[in-house]
Design a protein around this ligand. Structure first.
Ligand code: HEM
Length: 158
């Protein structure tokens, strides 16, 4: 079977890896556990470097999401032999969990970007809530991604 999604799968995998790495770097955990002492990994302990990486990856994620969303909405061109079964093309359960957690990450992340602008002030409680929600959603996404990987669950019913 040919894989119609090879390109975006690769881009998504790279974006997910680097956005998670740069997100955890901001907590910050890599200096605390001496991971950034490993030669070549010193940048993991530099807050602004990982912060910018997180923002760049977030932009790429939004671009990829817009592309995939448009593609799903406007319809893919399929060869006649591949158009038919009832549920084909629908999101699987793991697909839904991943999509909803990604949407939540984009919303909470987007609000935190606004919070980080100079001159914008949020209450401490709201910031803590956003941080915890963002982290919780990150764990849900990574958990669902791991499960889908192990059990070979695709995003959509093939
Ligand atoms: C459009 C998407 C996203 C945006 C705009 C965004 C934005 C942000 C921002 C601004 C912070 C720093 C919070 C602060 O200022 O203290 C942050 C932290 C973090 N991000 Fe994201 N993020 C996005 C997606 C993701 C994704 C997909 C993941 C992982 C799967 C992720 C994982 C993390 C983690 C682990 C942290 C550190 C913990 C925390 O502060 O909650 N982010 N993100």
């Amino acid at each position: 079977m040919t894989d119609d999604f090879r390109g975006r799968r690769l881009v998504y995998g790279l974006v997910l890896f680097f956005i998670t790495l740069s997100g955890f770097a901001q907590m910050p955990v890599f200096a605390r556990y001496y991971i950034s002492d490993i030669p070549g990994l010193g940048w993991l302990a530099q807050f602004y470097v990982t912060h910018v990486i997180h923002y760049i990856m977030a932009s790429l994620l939004l671009a990829l999401g817009a592309y995939a969303g448009m593609d799903a909405f406007l319809g893919r061109k399929l060869s006649p032999a591949r158009q038919n079964p009832v549920n084909k093309g629908r999101l699987t359960r793991t697909g839904w969990v991943k999509l909803i957690s990604l949407a939540g990450l984009i919303v909470t992340g987007g609000v935190m970007v606004v919070k980080n602008l100079s001159g914008v002030y949020f209450s401490h409680n709201l910031i803590i809530l956003l941080d915890l929600l963002h982290l919780l959603l990150c764990m849900v996404l990574l958990g669902a991604t791991l499960y889908a990987g192990i059990r070979k669950r695709p995003w959509i019913v093939l």
